[in-house]
Design a protein. Structure first.
Length: 149
């Protein structure tokens, strides 16, 4: 297995108040908009929703991998991720993110082990850890010249 993996998504504004994002790893595009509070369209994913989705799904897949590796059986895992955005002096930003895993297991004797694995999943979730990763910013500006006929 390689030591480095790249994941690529391209997003662009399509028209009006909506955009579209495509991933190299998925055949379906995601249509997105700004949140309703910022003039977005109802019924579309927002970047904020997608961030919470990334956190919840990363936690879920990480826990599943830990449980499989440890031969730990569980009945169900539902993970809720909730982010609170507030206005600050420098603009809007997430000031709190809460991850609420709800794990169902078959017996009380596995409760402590379940708790240990939940904390381990929180510590190992790549998306959670990525939120503190410094970001490189590589801009490109193109000029499209209109041809005169």
């Amino acid at each position: 297995m390689e030591n480095e993996h790249k994941y690529r998504v391209v997003a662009w504004w399509t028209s009006g108040q909506t955009g579209i994002a495509k991933s190299d790893s998925a055949p379906n595009a995601i249509h997105f908009t700004a949140p309703l509070q910022f003039g977005g369209v109802e019924g579309r994913w927002t970047p904020e929703d997608l961030l919470m989705t990334a956190l919840a799904s990363c936690f879920t897949t990480t826990f599943h991998a830990i449980a499989a590796y440890s031969k730990f059986e569980y009945t169900d895992l539902a993970v809720e991720a909730e982010g609170t955005v507030s206005k600050t002096d420098t603009g809007y930003g997430f000031n709190e993110i809460v991850i609420r895993p709800n794990l169902t297991i078959a017996s009380e004797e596995n409760r402590q082990r379940a708790i240990i694995f939940l904390y381990k999943a929180k510590a190992l979730c790549l998306v959670s850890r990525a939120l503190a990763t410094p970001q490189n910013f590589e801009i490109q500006v193109e000029i499209k010249r209109h041809s005169q006929v």
